[in-house]
Write a protein of this length. Sequence first.
Length: 235
Amino acid sequence: MTATLYGLGVGPGDPELITLKALRILERVPVVAYPAPETGDSLARAIAAPHIPDGRDEIAIRTPMVPGRFPAHDVYDHYAEAIDGHLRAGRDVAVLCEGDPFLYGSFMYLFSRLAESHPAEVVPGVSSLGACAAAAGVPLVSRNQVLTVVPGPLDEAELEARIQDSPAVAIMKVGRHLEKVRRVLGRLDLIDNAHYVERATMSEQKVLPLRDVNGDGAPYFSMVLVRHGESEAGI
């Protein structure tokens, strides 16, 4: 007997942005798992907290979130085994994912280990891309523009080439790479086209023109949106 593994996108931070489908599944599954840092609280768990019924078994997937140690395959092996035990016992498991499970989501590491042995369903969520664009009040793309999504940790030369070649760019995982992003956009004369969004939809949300952001670092949950090639007024 086996049950179903669900990857639930719970959205970017506002608990009201969880989808009706994810909510329905969350209300009935007996086991809820979620990514968490090695110490401290889980953001995915905090987002979904208003919707998790009492009495659920919970699995905090504690993973090192530092360069060079992620993804920690031994950690995912361990938690996949724990989840596998619940599934084989006929207990559905919902794994909570910030934003969308398959957009830089750690759920993919569990999915690759379990989906061949158990029924698995991925429930997409509101991604940080849409959330940041809405918060900044700027479209991601218009007309026939191509959107390029780039991670901030990219090598500086590659980051610059990717931005230069695309009329619309979302730079994710800015974090400690903020100054590098600023240097690249400065060389490309795009600072005035860049919008900075931090912790979109959360109570601590911050939205600024990039030129007005102080300091050399930013939270992991921050993004820079850039458009060039078409003026925003010409949408």
